[in-house]
Design a binder for this molecule. Structure first.
Ligand SMILES: [Zn+2]
Ligand SMILES: [Zn+2]
Length: 258
């Protein structure tokens, strides 16, 4: 198995060193991909989620093996597509994950972002922004945590449902499929049985529309979280029929037998 999403010392919000993640990966006998944050123009702090790419490779390349890979998580925003598409150019990243952390230039992490919005309206805006992002960006390999908004939106009901915006979910999934971008099954919220039940129809819809591949990622910021709930995510992918993949040298590799 491969945990394709985690943060080390080049992400300002991480408490883990890459070497620690490698230790855990060895103990658990799994492959890992480091995906440090890269968010241009982050609303609350425009330069905080950027890092020195040369230094990243200088420090991490000696640690790279067939199962310890080097990636980046780029924060997609529609107006940044041109700039974002250049971030990985000229660097030997194994994997570029595209993730949406903002909508309408507002941080999904901040409670103010949701002021005067109902849950349904927030989900729609998030999906509309995600669609624009996927339309405009080319240089990424897979789409991170579709349920990111559910981590932070301040509503009694913390779930997203297909019925919130069936056309928008379909549009986003069709675009990803057309562009050959697997969907990540992020394990962060999978400890919650209810969250799993609500996410299943989304991933199943992606499959129904023709999606066949997924990545699995813990989004670990602490060493205790590396490889967390890969088993639950694997149950989900198996139940739906999605094949797990990871990327090496920007090429998709299917994990057989999972
Ligand atoms: Zn993220
Ligand atoms: Zn992340």
């Amino acid at each position: 198995m491969f945990d394709t999403h985690m943060h080390g010392e080049f992400s300002c919000d991480s408490s883990m060193k890459f070497k620690e993640a490698i230790e855990v990966a060895k103990q658990q006998n799994i492959g890992i991909v480091l995906t440090e944050h890269w968010d241009f123009d982050y609303p609350t702090n425009p330069d905080k989620f950027l890092f020195d790419r040369d230094e990243y490779f200088k420090q991490n390349m000696p640690l790279r093996t067939d199962d310890i890979l080097l990636g980046i998580e780029i924060g997609l925003q529609p107006y940044l597509a041109k700039e974002n598409d250049k971030v990985a150019e000229g660097y030997p990243f194994d994997y570029v994950m595209g993730s949406v952390h903002c909508m309408n230039k507002k941080d999904l992490y901040e409670a103010e972002t949701y002021e005067e919005l109902t849950r349904e309206e927030a989900i729609k805006l998030f999906l509309e922004d995600s669609i624009k992002c996927v339309e405009l960006h080319e240089n990424f390999d897979a789409f991170g945590h579709i349920d990111y908004i559910c981590r932070y939106m301040p509503y009694a009901d913390k779930h997203m449902y297909l019925s919130d915006a069936p056309e928008l979910f379909d549009k986003l999934f069709k675009l990803l499929i057309e562009k050959n971008k697997p969907l990540e099954i992020n394990t962060r919220r999978l400890d919650n049985k209810e969250a799993v039940d609500k996410l299943l129809p989304l991933y199943r819809r992606y499959y129904e529309l023709g999606g066949r591949y997924c990545t699995i990622g813990s989004d670990a910021h602490y060493k205790e979280h590396v490889g967390r709930r890969l088993d639950i995510a694997t149950d989900i992918s198996r139940e739906i029929g999605l094949k797990q993949v990871y990327f090496k040298n920007r090429e998709m590799i299917v994990l057989e037998g999972l």
